[in-house]
Design a protein around this ligand. Structure first.
Ligand code: IPM
Ligand code: MG
Length: 371
């Protein structure tokens, strides 16, 4: 078999980022050794780690390197150490810059409840068992990036905080198209969320999604839901959803909520995909939905599964390695079947293991499946 070189950039970042990315690196190195693959791995600083070393959350060099990679896998950015920095210098800016400048407008966040972990959810088993939702979050628009923004002085020692929320027809329709296309491969249902009862941008969102559906996706079942109602419905009856479509801010919140339905934020991967460039390549960034979790940093107890499943998404969506992605997903299920759990998903009669032992166990299952 001819080896195909694939450039993968690892950006561990802050907090538990380096610990969970280390497990992904082990798997990639294992794949390089045992399969006819040829990943060229490199690793760079981002977020607070980059601020400490280079005074900026991401250097130009790392930024350009991410442009040239076939897939970028990121751990997490941010932590209390950098909380008091001026807004534009915070670790999170690196992530937002990558999303914006790589034009990664589509963020896919699958919330799947593994049958082995039904008891780890704070919800009743019958509510979450078999849960399989895909949240499609718009990632480069809305209030995260709108201008004007800032904090302005006012009279009488008052200050004004300003952010702007805007969406255009094309921004709405290109993310809605992603949601409809995904729904066609799943259970054919899209629930689009906004606050059209209080926001003009929400009215436009609802109208443009409907226009696109009527024009190009007649057979997909579409319903519109106010975002606050969606938050409630996710707890009441989450299995009513297939694909949830939301803007940047509502998508951020609803995906954290959906993550907890599955038992732990430590289980949820994500893929951020851009438009096709002139060589037909879709830029991409893969990261766990959880953050840097500074409270458990350096303890070797973080759950690496969300990041390992993000690697699986990278193999599937960016690296043309569907089979390898399936192997990883299966190995994750097997370690759960074997009763291994990190601290966040521990339950009675299960074996608590560290971050690195969980990674090793997944590699062990991968090796078994290969023979
Ligand atoms: C996420 C995170 C980020 C966001 C933060 C770290 C900037 O919460 O990816 O969900 O708000 O988008
Ligand atoms: Mg978030």
């Amino acid at each position: 078999m001819v080896k195909k070189t694939r450039k993968i950039l690892l950006l561990p970042g802050d907090g538990i980022g380096p610990e969970v990315i280390a497990e992904v690196k082990k798997i990639l190195e294992w794949m390089n050794k045992t399969k006819s693959l040829d990943f060229v791995l490199s690793q760079e600083l981002i977020g607070g780690a980059s601020i400490d070393a280079n005074k900026v959350p991401i250097t130009d060099e790392v930024f350009y390197k991410s442009l040239e990679s076939d897939a970028v896998i990121l751990g997490a950015c941010g932590g209390p150490k950098w909380d008091n920095l001026e807004f534009s210098k915070k670790p999170e800016r690196a992530l937002l810059k990558l999303r914006k400048e790589l034009k990664l407008f589509a963020n896919l966040r699958p919330a799947i409840c593994f049958k082995q972990l039904v008891d780890s959810s704070t919800l009743k088993p019958e509510i979450v068992s078999g849960l399989d939702i895909m949240i499609v979050r718009e990632l480069t628009g809305g209030i995260y990036f709108g201008e004007p923004r800032g904090i302005e002085p006012m009279e009488n020692n008052q200050r004004k905080g300003i952010n702007t929320h805007t969406y255009t027809t094309s921004e709405i329709q290109r993310i809605a198209r992603v949601a409809f296309d995904l729904a066609k491969k799943r259970r054919n249902k899209v629930t689009s969320c906004e606050k059209s009862n209080v926001m003009e941008a929400g009215v436009l969102w609802r109208e443009e999604v409907q226009i696109l559906k009527d024009k190009e996706f007649k057979k997909v079942d579409l319903n519109h839901m106010l975002a606050d109602n969606c938050a409630m419905q996710l707890l009441r009856n989450p299995k009513q959803f297939d694909v949830i479509l939301a803007d940047n801010l509502f998508g951020d919140m609803l995906s954290d909520e959906a993550a907890m339905l599955t038992g732990s934020l430590g289980l949820l991967p994500s893929a951020s995909l851009g438009i096709k460039d002139k060589n037909g390549r879709v830029r991409s960034l893969y990261e766990p939905v959880h953050g840097s979790a500074p409270d458990i940093e350096g303890k070797n107890i973080a759950n690496p599964i969300a990041t390992i499943l993000s690697l699986s998404m990278a193999l599937r969506y960016s690296l043309d390695l569907e089979q390898e992605a399936d192997l990883i997903d299966k190995a994750v299920e097997q370690v759960l079947d074997n009763g291994l759990r990190t601290k966040d998903i521990i339950s009675p009669n299960k074996k608590e293991v560290s971050t690195s032992v969980m990674g090793d166990a997944i590699i062990n299952e991968l090796s078994k499946n290969l023979h």
